[in-house]
Design a protein around this ligand. Structure first.
Ligand code: XMP
Length: 516
């Protein structure tokens, strides 16, 4: 792999993604990892990322000079560039003047790293210290007003560095520079493609699972669907997918999984209708966290029950279900390795996210992949586009979109309103612009309306369209007024219990995307 050494800023993930976009496999490692441990991973190249620290700060992470003597090509970026310069005997100084944002750099020489670049280019900088003199043996490639040495290289030792952030889109030729390092500097081939990922994973899954039985909790979402398709490619009918219908689904959802997914992949699917059990368990409950815990618990019960049934129904003596497929992605792996416990804002119930004491061994074929790679792999496996590009839908479903007690009648009302909103947003071509659009029923709120000649005393629904990149932060989407108008008119015409449609115009933070 190409190792991306994380110095603690948010840049490492982005760098790792850009390397993957160049079709080279990359992994993130912490800067606290020893050089020996890094070399034990047999890295094809190492990239030192940017970081928040000044190389002069007392607690600044330093770079072991041994890293540069191992014969592995290294690229230093921003903090990593300065740290590299310092470790090899160059001069880094606190200049007092910061360069932040778009900056123009002048080329002194193209070298390998900037081959083909124009003599002037706009890049994105964020630093206080600057490299004043390159270490011995290095050629200076570029300068800027605040950086006497803005990029350098020593192609003989295959060491390269730049003050700016090539991973940021504002660095106009950033991806080119990264590719020059990967292809020319480190002489790597662009072989990390969906086809190769599939071939590798199929082999790994077969080696792990052998002849044993596997199950996968299918939600209809991107991650569980692609994970299931990949495992199915590897072990065929040893896999059974379990779809738990908890009665909190949107209109047409169970049917879509049965029809689209099974038709495209041919997997064994077991649909469990547990809706009455869930409704009973949710009776009288209004507190959001209590709802979430009940749904999580009931889901696990339904799932365990299904696993036992699968074994009984097969009656082939092949034994218990030993493995459980999980659609864990690389960002989850990196984040849980970070070890910083985030505050518990909501207990997320991921359909398929089961506790450890469930006695299954996990199969996680997506643990090395970013979301966009999961989509590419899914398409390559023949997972239908509607699933690959599906918007997120929370595990607890409509249960956390009814503010108040969840009842069968209220679910029906919300389902009807939600189907109209989704249909109109799709018709307007907004599916890819919008991250998702929860429709929320304020079941305990009533307001006065007038329909025909009569007074009504109905409920409001809230439209919550948001745009986001990762759901960690979000902004409310500026959906065109006429689309909103159509949704509002259609909902109030078609759903008699609803006499008001309101728009949520709050970003996250301070609000969250879902209302509960
Ligand atoms: P919030 O409401 O926390 O939502 O801003 C962020 C994203 O996560 C989804 N979400 C969930 N997904 N299980 C899930 O699988 C959950 O319990 C859950 N709760 C929220 C939400 O739809 C949004 O995309």
């Amino acid at each position: 792999p190409v190792l991306v050494v994380d110095y603690g800023a948010q840049y490492a993930q982005l760098i790792a993604r850009r390397v993957r976009e160049a079709h080279v496999y990359s992994e993130i490692v912490p800067h606290t990892m020893s050089v020996d441990a890094m070399l034990a991973k047999d890295p094809a190249a190492i990239i030192l990322s940017g970081g928040p620290a000044s190389v002069y700060a007392d607690d600044a992470p330093s770079t072991d000079p041994a890293l540069f003597e191992a014969g592995v090509p290294v690229l230093g970026i921003c903090y990593g560039f300065q740290s590299m310069a310092r470790a090899l005997g160059g001069r880094v100084a606190q200049t007092g003047s910061r360069e932040y944002g778009s900056t123009v750099v002048q080329l002194q020489a193209a070298g390998e790293l900037l081959a083909g670049s124009p003599t002037q280019q706009t890049v994105w900088m964020s630093h206080g210290d600057a490299v004043q003199a390159a270490p011995e043996g290095f050629q200076v490639l570029a300068t800027s007003e605040g950086s006497p040495v803005a990029a350098f290289e020593d192609p003989d030792r295959r060491l390269y560095g730049m003050q700016w952030h090539p991973e940021v889109k504002h660095s106009v030729l950033g991806q080119e520079a990264l590719e020059r390092f990967l292809y020319d500097g480190a002489r790597l081939e662009p072989t990390w493609t969906p086809g190769n990922v599939i071939a590798e994973q199929v082999e790994a899954i077969r080696a792990q699972v052998g002849q044993d039985r596997v199950i996968c909790g299918l939600s209809g979402g991107v991650d569980s669907s692609v994970a299931a398709a990949l495992v199915h490619r590897a072990v065929g009918d040893q896999l059974t997918c379990v779809f738990v219908d908890h009665g909190l689904l949107r209109a047409g959802e169970a049917e879509q999984v049965e029809k689209d997914f099974v038709a495209a992949t041919g997997v064994n699917l077991k649909v469990v209708d547990a809706s009455q059990t869930f409704l009973d368990a949710l009776k009288g409950v209004t507190d959001p966290e209590t709802k979430r815990k009940i749904i999580g618990r009931e889901f696990i019960r339904a799932f365990e029950h299904a696993a036992r049934e699968i074994v009984a129904e097969a009656g082939d003596g092949a034994g218990d279900v030993k493995y459980l497929v999980q659609g864990t992605l690389y960002p989850d792996v990196v984040e849980s390795g970070g070890g910083e416990g985030a505050a518990n804002i909501k207990s997320h119930h991921n359909v398929g996210g089961l506790p450890e004491d469930l006695q299954f061994e996990l199969v996680e074929p997506l643990r090395t992949l970013f979301k966009d790679e999961v989509r590419a792999v899914g398409l390559e496996l023949g997972v239908p586009e509607q699933i690959v590009w599906r918007q997120p839908f929370p595990g607890p479903g409509l249960g956390i979109r009814i503010i108040g007690e969840v009842t069968a009648g209220r679910l029906e009302i919300l389902r009807a309103a939600d189907a109209i909103a989704r249909e109109e947003l799709s018709k307007a071509g907004l599916d890819r612009d919008i991250w998702q659009c929860p429709v929320v029923l304020l079941a305990d709120v009533r307001s006065v309306g007038v329909q025909g000649d009569g007074r009504t005393y109905g409920h409001p629904v809230v439209l919550r369209p948001v745009s986001s990149e990762d759901a960690m932060t979000a902004d409310w989407s500026r959906v065109p007024y006429d689309v909103l108008a159509t949704i509002s008119t259609r909902i109030t015409n078609a759903v008699p219990e609803i006499n008001r449609v309101v728009l949520d115009v709050t970003s996250k933070p301070p609000a969250t995307i879902e209302w509960e």
